[in-house]
Design a protein around this ligand. Structure first.
Ligand code: ADP
Length: 169
């Protein structure tokens, strides 16, 4: 099942893992990354320090500490550079690698934020289309792997983009 909702991803408790739109260092930052580190508490930083960073399009997993879920999957989205720097493939890779890592850990319910569309400036309609189509592809390739994939979107314009992409997929 694929869904969208308006909300704060740090409050979501109906999934096994939330995905963080992290940066290379995995040491926290602004936007959703900062919110997740604040809500999870300082033990998260202690763990992410040991993970060796993360490349764009890749994913790493940690515990979730004070968050009401089991795990956090940290992925690093591409910075939008006019579409000339392989951004679409890298964003696709974020969703695919996050879900493959979830599968390795038996995680069946996953919440995503809108990766790369904040300070990384990826155009939201294109990001939504890539996000939805990649997740649908992975779910078709692994039909028994997931119970719920939900996008937790922070503002109504972003939600509109994901709802539109879901309708057109
Ligand atoms: P990126 O660096 O990948 O662009 P950002 O955190 O700047 O990541 O933004 C990604 C999206 O996450 C934006 O739509 C932003 O509004 C949203 N966002 C920020 N805080 C939260 C939160 N607590 N829960 C869900 N989404 C959030």
């Amino acid at each position: 099942m694929i869904e969208t909702m308006l909300g704060d991803i740090t409050q979501v408790d109906q999934v096994d893992a939330i995905v963080n739109a992290a940066n290379h260092s995995l040491l926290g930052g602004g936007g959703v990354d900062g919110a997740i580190h604040r809500a999870a508490g300082p033990k998260l930083l202690e763990e992410t320090r040991t993970l060796g960073g993360c490349q764009t399009g890749e994913a790493k997993i940690s515990q979730a500490y004070h968050l009401p879920v089991e795990h956090i999957i940290h992925t690093v989205g591409p910075v939008w550079n006019g579409g000339y720097s392989n951004e679409a493939d890298l964003l696709e890779s974020c969703y695919r690698q996050s879900l493959l890592l979830a599968m390795e850990h038996g995680i069946r319910k996953v919440a995503f934020p809108s990766i790369s569309t904040g300070v990384y400036h990826f155009p939201v309609n294109l990001a939504a289309e890539i996000a939805i189509s990649t997740v649908k592809d992975v779910m078709n390739e692994h039909p028994d792997a997931f119970d719920l994939i939900i996008w937790v979107l922070f503002d109504s314009d972003t939600k509109k983009a994901y709802d539109g992409a879901l309708k057109n997929a």
